[in-house]
Ligand binder design. Structure first.
Ligand SMILES: [Zn+2]
Ligand SMILES: [Zn+2]
Length: 359
């Protein structure tokens, strides 16, 4: 990657001489005034002056005692001898520029430092009432933030109190249950899916000749590079110009085989639910074709159940329904005592997971 170095340009703010060289002319050759690094600018294409064998020694430093520009590697001001480690201020670099599609940089001629400073000052003063506003705004922002913090703390506190629980004694008052049996039939089926993801089932086979090429997605493929010239201020009175390239991509369709599969699987025929408030749960009894045989037309049953115990606070102020395992459900008897975590502020909210039998 080739990189070339050129002189930044600057204009003398005292005698008005323009297009002085940033590195070569540390002082105005006309009036002797020290270079003001703030007046540096990128030259136009025709004003470019190359710097051969450029050695970068660091960003220039301005002596804050006498305002003289010094090289980045100096420790003492060449004009007044002040220590630059203490009084030096690195110059501000211009922003990098990227050339447009035509290879041209944004035009940047001489700069009018006085005007720039005046504008900056006007903005400061003109914004004086605004600045006050800004301050008020800041104070307001702080108030808003403080308010939010307080609100969050209060909400957190309220939530904490609202959600706080304590153990209470509860008594079992009843049982209920709900059971579902799902009838499934073993049937042949066909389905289309990608070759690498066959459907689930039994005896799955690809139907010969059924695959077709179809677009499955897209992929990003590198398609050359986009390159632009970029120039960046080195901060020592020079700037560097180099080509910066980044890969360019285009999206390309990705094809794959979409195929028809044949196989066998269980499919739901129907489901039947029974329920009750007693201790004798049962499933709907069904006529099942050749149950247990994995053959076309044969059926199987899938069983599922939910078992609830009903509880009441010892003082009868609230009731709770808790789902438990079938085994627990069957062994727990009406009248049994348990402890349960119950919300202090709202005792209708109980945590079934915290149920503990009272010994
Ligand atoms: Zn001058
Ligand atoms: Zn100095």
């Amino acid at each position: 990657m080739s990189e070339k170095t050129y002189e930044m340009l600057w204009d003398c703010q005292y005698c008005g001489t323009t297009k002085l060289l940033g590195k070569t002319h540390r002082f105005c050759p006309n009036c002797g005034a020290a270079q003001d690094p703030r007046s540096r600018y990128y030259p136009s294409e025709e004003d470019k002056v190359a710097v051969e064998d450029h050695t970068f020694v660091g960003v220039d430093v301005t002596c804050s005692v006498c305002n003289t520009l010094n090289n980045g590697d100096s420790h003492f001001c060449q004009n007044c001898g002040a220590s630059l480690d203490e009084n030096g201020e690195a110059v501000t670099k211009l922003e990098s520029q990227t050339a447009n599609a035509m290879g041209q940089f944004e035009e940047m001629g001489s700069r009018d430092i006085v005007k720039e400073e005046f504008n900056a000052e006007m903005q400061r003063i003109g914004a004086a009432p605004k600045a006050k506003n800004g301050l008020a705004q800041k104070a307001m922002n702080w108030r808003v933030i403080a308010f939010l913090v307080v609100a969050i703390v209060i909400c957190g506190g309220i939530a904490f109190f609202m959600l706080r629980t304590e153990a209470q004694t509860v008594v079992v008052t009843g049982h209920s249950w709900e059971r579902t049996v799902t009838l499934e039939e073993y049937v042949p089926f066909t389905a289309r899916s990608w070759r690498d993801s066959p459907p689930s089932g039994y005896n799955i086979d690809l139907r010969p000749g059924s695959c077709t090429r179809e677009q499955r997605g897209t992929r990003q493929v590198q398609d050359g590079e986009t390159c632009n010239m970029v120039r960046s201020d080195n901060g020592d009175g020079t700037f560097s110009e180099r080509r910066v390239c980044s890969p360019r991509y285009r999206s390309e369709p990705v094809y794959d085989d979409m195929c028809t599969w044949e196989g066998e699987r269980y499919e739901v025929v129907d489901s039947y639910t029974t329920s009750g408030n007693n201790l004798q749960p049962f499933y709907q009894s069904l006529n099942v074709e050749c149950e247990g045989v994995q053959r076309i037309g044969c059926e199987q049953q899938i069983f599922d159940g939910r078992y609830i115990i009903h509880l009441q606070a010892a003082d009868e102020s609230a009731t709770y329904d808790c789902a438990v395992s079938e085994g627990e459900w069957a062994t727990i008897a009406d009248g049994d005592n348990f402890t349960m975590q119950v919300r202090v502020m709202d005792n209708s909210a109980g945590d079934c997971g915290s149920l503990e039998p009272v010994q």
